[in-house]
Design a protein around this ligand. Structure first.
Ligand code: GUN
Length: 283
């Protein structure tokens, strides 16, 4: 049997309509939610991501404060901008697009953002609160994955979840979220990474397999358990176009549900960023 394809665009649209209503509620109370986007340099993928986020903000009633900066921006100038945004009452969320140029210390920048304006949930205090089960906001991609699983009717409680990839943006936070004693969680979570001895030995046990590796088609059919739910976080630009981390065509003959690339996790990431911003504005 062929797997059901999880429609990330449709689910993201549901979330976006809900966010739009929450933003309208804030507007009635005289609050316009504001998101500042900071993009240093002109990396083509980052430029596309930031403009998609800005367009999505406008559609739900979030005001965008746009800060495109040259790649040569000194670190202290970036930190000074963040300090200004922290002090600006019209800005409820701040997003610094990653990766940053080599000469800028990413951790220093993430710590400079006011944790209560941290739309991405990347501040170490927020990552700590996430781990402790008391999040302010969760990072958008993991939040989008969890929301997708819930809205697709996937049983998470008690499930064997295998995450392949240990980034601070996806692998570590999704593992922390799905292991919590909380609704939409309570999973048994394994994280695999570059030093895992035999990744397939773990993935074949997964009821829910989350691929956040960054290598096109790294997950092949024999690595997937029959009937598993497969979430593909990969966004790999290849000569043949945008590819996920999963060999989709082969995988969909084995699993029960699978997310496509594009049209899977990507749209949910944007929807959850909007949700985070409205939440930080009080909605
Ligand atoms: N780079 C890749 N993903 C993300 C994200 O979710 N937020 C930011 N700020 N940068 C990213």
């Amino acid at each position: 049997m062929t797997a059901a394809v999880i429609d990330g665009k449709a689910l993201a649209q549901q979330v976006r309509s809900e966010v739009k209503e929450r933003a309208a509620g804030l507007a009635r109370a005289g609050i316009t939610p504001g998101l500042a986007t900071v993009l240093v340099g002109e990396d083509p993928a980052s430029t596309i991501y930031v403009s998609s986020k800005q367009k999505a903000c406008a559609e739900v009633g979030i005001k965008v404060w746009d800060y495109p900066l040259p790649a040569s921006t000194p670190e202290d100038e970036l930190l000074a901008l963040i300090a200004d945004l922290n002090a600006n009452d019209g800005v409820h969320g701040i997003l610094v697009q990653l990766p940053l140029p080599e000469h800028i210390d990413e951790q220093k920048v993430l710590v400079a953002v006011d944790p209560l304006k941290d739309a991405d949930g990347f501040h170490p205090m927020n990552l700590g609160r996430l781990l402790a089960g008391d999040p302010v906001v969760a990072p958008a991609t993991p939040a989008g994955i969890q929301e997708m699983l819930i809205r697709s009717g996937v049983e998470i409680s008690g499930a064997e979840v295998v995450v392949v990839g240990r980034s601070n943006i996806v692998g570590k936070p999704i593992a922390a979220m799905l292991m919590q004693k909380a609704p939409g969680a309570n999973a048994t979570v394994t994280i695999c990474h570059t030093r895992t001895r035999d990744i397939a030995e773990h993935t074949v046990r997964a009821d829910i397999l989350i691929a956040a590796i960054g290598r096109a088609h790294a997950i092949t059919a024999p690595m997937i358990k029959k009937g598993a739910v497969v979430i593909d976080v990969g966004m790999n630009r290849t000569e043949d176009g945008l590819k996920g981390d999963v060999d989709f065509e082969a995988a969909k003959e084995i699993c029960s549900q699978i997310t496509p690339v594009p049209g899977g996790v990507g749209p949910m990431t944007i929807a959850m960023l909007l949700s985070n911003t409205v939440k930080l504005a009080g909605g």
